[in-house]
Design a binder for this molecule. Structure first.
Ligand code: ARG
Length: 580
């Protein structure tokens, strides 16, 4: 049930009938204030301006042709050219009854499902994931869940950084010092330390530099021994990262790893092809693509290196190949990248080359869903006291420990183990929600106290709200499954109408989140729904009401609310519990 779309179509029809050229599209929004009705049409002022008409006249004309019979009880013009729409209560109750009887909360699956490749998480081998990877991992996963719910063919692409010159250093180091380390017990933290040591050696020892370079070449040429060591580095890294994904309730598995090395064999041909197409030039052994639409500091066309003079390829070269692969081999209709906003330039350069070379047609979108940084209370990047980046694993531990302390104070009747399990669900959920509820495009301040607050748009509030709805059924000794479907929904009070409208808005909200990659809209939707439900529950008694039809209707509304909250939180990858 997409109320917004229904209204959009009717308004658009009226605009055409009123003689407005079809490239002008209506801007339908949920009303910001109750006195503006349930939906408002904005943007008429700007259309009127372009057509040289008065906004008020234009709005009048649109209304003349607007057919919202049975859907709206009132349509009015407010101010200069705003149209407010008040929905008809009977229509609302019919629609609510309808969605309560349909699967998937009445959400229509798209007629044509798309193949959508989502590039997310994408950590690097021999490095622990840090807070920056948290954002990509959980925002990406929320969108993957949302797109899958809508019935799209979603391909998760974990673009693991497993290739490049630093593997030469690591292999050289491990080969030289192999006796010092017990091969079996190397952890990811050890690898990170080896890498630091290898880097130091690389910076001061000429012989080591040569050795490392030789190993890179050997690795690229498929030397069995090098590949073996490299494979081990990858396995150690991803075994540890998989544990983090599982803890985070993120759907990535080892099957989703599409590492940088996957594109290695494509790189020589791509460089040739770009030269052949006249896009790349060779300057003293270095192959460069000059992009006119981007300027360097000297205001000259930006030069993007795709092959160094020692033959090595770059991050950009791999990403060019990767986009080509995703189109040609995976048949992507849409590609979304959840990558730090600092890599925006890199992706823009890459895609500009990809488009010019004709590797991905314009009909396939390449979308960078960028995100900002996580800052501490003082507004500076989140770091440990000693100034190093915070490892993701430590962040998760701290979230769970802090939750455990709070839960313990509540004296819940639970065993230590149950309390630990609950703290894991709540702590991780809270950490994720604190991030997902912020608009991803900007930096945000992370604060432990806010994260675990009970009031406001927080995970705890949402999880409590869910258990509160569920507890209604428990109190009445009603089995939720026995309820599904058959009673009609009636609107007798304003609070019921408000709740019904919110419930009906779930679909348009899901569509928006799937389109823009903005889980924070889902968070605020769910928060509003929970608040609207408590207002409804305060005013509209379920237990004490005598009229059985009304009681059944209200139970149905409570059930729909519970299902919507659960489904919405599930799309965010946040677990719910039945009791807290
Ligand atoms: N591995 C990179 C990093 O940790 C992110 C990769 C993003 N994806 C891509 N196709 N470039 O910063």
């Amino acid at each position: 049930m997409n109320v917004k779309k229904i209204i959009y179509n009717r308004i658009f029809g009226a605009m055409i009938a009123a003689g407005i050229p079809p490239h002008f599209k209506p801007n339908v929004c949920q009303s910001t204030k109750i006195q503006f009705g349930d939906y408002q049409i904005n943007g008429i002022i700007s259309i009127a301006k372009q057509l040289g008409q008065s906004p008020n006249n234009l709005a009048q004309k649109i209304i003349q042709y607007l057919n919202l019979n049975a859907i709206a009880s009132k349509v009015e013009i407010a101010g200069p050219g705003f149209i407010n729409i008040f929905l008809e209560r009977t229509w609302l109750s019919q629609q609510a009854t309808k969605i309560s009887q349909l699967p998937y909360l009445g959400i229509d699956k798209p007629l044509m499902s798309k193949t959508i490749v989502v590039d997310y998480s994408s950590p690097n081998v021999a490095k622990e994931m840090h807070v920056g990877h948290l954002r990509s991992t959980i925002i990406g996963d929320a969108i993957v869940r949302t797109l899958s719910f809508l019935g799209h063919n979603v391909i998760r692409a974990n673009h693991l950084g497993d290739w490049g010159t630093h593997f030469g250093m690591l292999i050289a180091y491990l080969t030289q010092y192999k006796n010092q380390y017990n091969d079996k017990n190397i952890s990811l933290a050890d690898l990170e330390m080896f890498y630091c040591k290898a880097k130091c050696k690389y910076d001061e020892d000429e012989g080591f530099v040569k050795l490392a370079r030789d190993y890179v070449v050997k690795l690229q040429n498929g030397d069995i021994n090098c590949r073996k060591i490299w494979k081990k580095l990858v396995d150690i890294t991803m075994n540890q990262n998989q544990k983090i994904y599982d803890r985070l309730n993120v759907t990535l598995t080892s099957k989703d790893i599409m590492p940088e090395s996957l594109y290695n064999d494509m790189l020589p041909n791509i460089v040739h092809d770009l030269i052949k197409k006249g896009l790349a030039v060779n300057i003293k052994g270095t192959t460069i693509v000059f992009l006119n639409e981007f300027k360097n500091k000297k205001d000259q066309p930006m030069g993007v290196i795709i092959q160094k003079n020692d033959g090595g390829y770059l991050y950009t070269t791999t990403d060019i190949a990767c986009a080509k692969y995703r189109y040609e081999k995976l048949h992507a209709d849409r590609m979304i990248y959840y990558v730090d906003s600092r890599q925006h330039q890199h992706l823009q350069h890459t895609w500009s080359i990809v488009r010019k070379a004709g590797y991905v047609p314009e009909s396939v979108t390449l979308e960078h869903h960028a995100f900002g940084m996580m800052l501490n209370k003082d507004g500076i990047p989140f770091k440990t006291r000693s100034g190093s980046t915070i490892k993701l694993a430590h962040l998760l531990d701290e979230a769970v420990e802090r939750t455990f302390i709070i839960m313990k104070q509540k004296n819940l009747r639970m065993s230590q183990q149950e309390l630990l399990n609950l703290s894991e669900i709540i702590g991780i959920g809270a950490l994720k929600y604190a991030d997902l509820s912020k608009n991803r495009t900007t930096d945000y301040i992370f604060d432990w106290d806010n994260m675990l607050a009970l009031e406001g748009n927080t995970a705890l509030y949402m999880q409590y709200a869910y258990t509160r709805v569920i507890s209604i059924f428990r109190k009445l000794d009603i089995d939720i499954d026995s309820l599904s479907g058959n009673s009609n929904i009636f609107i007798t009070q304003e609070q019921e109408a408000q709740l019904v409208i919110r419930l009906l808005q779930f679909e348009e909200n899901v569509i928006q989140v799937a389109h823009d990659g903005t889980p924070h809209l889902m968070c605020s939707y769910l928060y509003n729904l929970a608040v609207t439900f408590s207002r409804f529950y305060e005013k509209c008694s379920i237990i004490a009401v005598n009229n059985n039809k009304i009681r059944q209707s209200r139970l149905q509304l409570a059930l729909l609310t519970a299902k919507t909250l659960k489904q919405g939180l599930d799309m965010l990858g946040i677990k719910t519990v039945e009791r807290m």
